[in-house]
Design a protein around this ligand. Structure first.
Ligand code: SF4
Length: 630
């Protein structure tokens, strides 16, 4: 029976015994959890033993598309990597654009489960409903661009799309990312290290299979309506026409640009930086499959010590991390650091975070030149920044400590370092400041992936920048009426709604930036219904988001996560010292958290109640949770 809008098969690759097997995509799972993070959560819940070492052969990584991937729907060029994170030890997921996801589906697969570990380096060649495990000895050790070039040459299919890791993934840097199409990254939480631990250097995909659509004519019509909605939004200033880096100045004005390792949320010294980037370094814009926004940026530093080839980026997060967070005020070192991270396969957020962490530890005398290979790790020194990126990627000297991530590094450094470290559940803080919009504090605390601004979603965009994400018909107050500084417990309902909707995006699997351009739950529900032949509305989609979020929470509970792990680091709760958030701290966090737990139907220790899980159709999960209390 045709499972409309899905490729219908999931590839299981066991590297220990070198087997590949195509399994049917299960309709029961698809209807309950769609694809992406939802389908993957079910696989990892069923197949992963609690306590599994993330870098052991027993861990699995699931690379998933979703039901509308590759169908031409707005933002449908995404794919998701899901795994138990080597950085946090809990649920890890990372979303990524480009063209690799649709191509995997055209090759005949909704996803790939990679399990076991190879003794020798390999790459996977997935094409036309088949898959091969190929030796990669000659490619191991290469950068991301060189890997793409070599794999493409070896398979002889220029149109193939390549997913790969760089040397950082091979060296098991705990925040190594996974690249596709050279510069698009499933960057966070260490998926690259998992592939490295399994000795998988790349996954090449190519195919021309059509994706079956249940009601093709009506689907085409609905796509046109969506396109018109997107154009209307873009032409009235919505979306991301200036790329994510285009929001840099606004973040600075709103106190949402973490500065000096989170001491504050704005810095006057960078007020010219964005315009300087546009005037002198921006080469062109770039789009993923199925995108009308083209938020990607391509840039170059033509000469001097920070010279780079023309390369993708930098995005907002990278720019914030390599500027204000470490008190570095120039764009050229950012472009260079971004380029190096991309070719070595490093997450730019955690990499810049670790360098800034080293700077504050150095300032406080917690580390000295004896620890740093003789480097004076002073705030904002661009030469030191570049040297540390190299050291982290190669795990050289001091870089080996930083490659462990902030929680482990802080514990090793000792003294007050663990108190300074900005992380939740071991994931380094990204570059949005929860003092600028207090709902973000809740998200940072309860996100299943740790201190994450985009999983499940970025609530600051609602509170600071007026995005309604199409959620007003579903109970979101008009963003203009929300007091961003309020810590009233009712903020929890905003957090829940926005996070459920963000979770849906990662299950559909779509680019979340399309939720900003007039495409709310009803529009995507209509597309999903016409593509699959199911009857589903916006409310049902949000319920699916709730289900997946709670399944991932249960996964974390099984790994030992409790309320204590939902606390925020003290440094980010202290009053900011500059700009529009000067004097603003976070003072009522636990009351907001209590209300979030109440809305989620979690007990006082943050464990989902079995009756709620049952209501969500997660009976086996409910039984497990009930057994914890027996
Ligand atoms: S908005 Fe940006 S990230 Fe999203 S699909 Fe378009 S180019 Fe890709």
């Amino acid at each position: 029976m045709v499972l409309y809008s899905y490729a219908g098969k999931i590839l299981r690759v066991n590297l220990s015994n070198k087997t590949v097997k195509a399994e049917d995509t299960r309709k029961d799972i698809a209807q309950l959890l769609l694809g992406g993070n939802g389908y993957a959560a079910k696989i990892l819940w069923d197949e992963l033993k609690p306590g599994t070492d993330p870098l052991s052969p027993e861990n699995k990584i699931v690379l998933m598309t979703g039901p509308i991937t590759g169908t031409g729907a707005p933002g449908s060029g995404f794919w998701e990597a899901c795994f138990k994170s080597p950085l946090t030890g809990v649920w890890g997921e990372s979303a990524c654009g480009g063209w690799w996801g649709p191509m995997l589906k055209f090759a005949g697969f909704d996803g790939i489960i990679i399990e076991g570990a190879s003794k020798d380096p390999v790459y996977l060649w997935v094409h036309d409903g088949e898959a091969e495990i190929k030796p990669a000895e000659g490619i191991w050790g290469q950068t991301v661009p060189k890997t793409e070039e070599m794999v493409r040459k070896e398979i002889g299919v220029p149109q193939a799309r390549i997913l790969s890791i760089g040397p950082a993934g091979e060296k098991l840097v705990r925040f190594a990312g996974i690249a596709v199409d050279l510069e698009r990254y499933a960057g966070r939480k260490g998926g690259g290290a998992i592939l490295g631990s399994k000795k998988v250097k790349a996954v090449a995909v190519y195919g021309e299979k059509e994706i079956p659509i249940a009601k093709p004519a009506e689907y085409g019509k609905a796509l046109k309506e969506c396109e018109q909605a997107v154009y209307a939004s873009l032409s009235s200033g919505g979306g991301f026409p200036n790329g994510t880096i285009g929001g840099y100045d606004a973040c600075n004005q709103f106190g949402d640009l973490p500065t000096k390792y989170g001491e504050t949320g704005s810095w006057e010294a960078v007020s010219e930086l964005y315009q300087n980037f546009v005037n002198k370094y921006l080469v062109k814009n770039r789009a993923c499959f199925g995108c009308m926004q083209a938020c990607g940026r391509v840039s170059q530093v033509k000469e001097g010590p920070f010279a780079t080839p023309v390369y993708g980026g930098p995005e907002y997060e990278t720019t914030a991390g390599f500027t204000t967070f470490m008190l570095q005020k120039d764009i050229e070192p950012v472009i260079k650091a971004n380029y190096l991270c991309n070719i070595y396969g490093l997450d730019t957020i955690s990499t810049s975070h670790m360098i800034a962490f080293a700077m504050i530890c150095y300032e406080k005398g917690l580390i000295t030149t004896k620890d740093t290979d003789g480097l004076e790790v002073k705030w904002g020194d661009p030469d030191v920044v570049i040297k540390l990126v190299e050291k982290i990627a190669k795990r050289e000297g001091f870089g080996d400590l930083l490659a462990e991530g902030v929680r482990r590094a802080a514990e090793k450094i000792g003294g007050e370092a663990p108190k300074i470290a900005l992380h939740v559940k071991g994931l380094e803080m990204p570059y949005h400041d929860p003092r600028a919009g207090k709902t973000q504090a809740i998200e940072y605390g309860v996100s299943n992936t740790g201190m994450d601004h985009f999983h499940a979603h970025e609530t600051l965009d609602v509170e600071c920048y007026g995005a309604d994400l199409g959620l007003i018909p579903f109970g979101l107050p008009d963003p203009k009426t929300i007091d961003r500084f309020s810590e009233d417990p009712s903020k929890a309902s905003i957090a829940k709604l926005v996070m459920d909707w963000g979770t849906v995006a990662d299950a559909l699997v779509i680019c979340k930036f399309h939720q900003y351009v007039n495409l709310g739950p009803d529009k995507y529900a209509k597309l999903l219904s016409l593509a699959t032949g199911w009857k589903i509305d916006g409310w049902e989609l949000l319920k699916i988001g709730d289900r997946i979020f709670n399944l991932a929470r249960a996964f974390n509970v099984r790994e030992g996560i409790r309320r204590k792990d939902d606390m925020l680091p003290p440094r980010i709760m202290q009053p900011a010292t500059t700009g529009s958030t000067k004097g603003v701290g976070i003072t009522n966090y636990e009351a907001m958290l209590n209300e979030f737990y109440r809305l989620e139907e979690w007990d006082e220790d943050g464990i989902p109640k079995p009756e709620k899980l049952k209501r969500l159709g997660l009976d086996d999960v409910a039984s497990y949770i009930a057994s914890l209390k027996a």
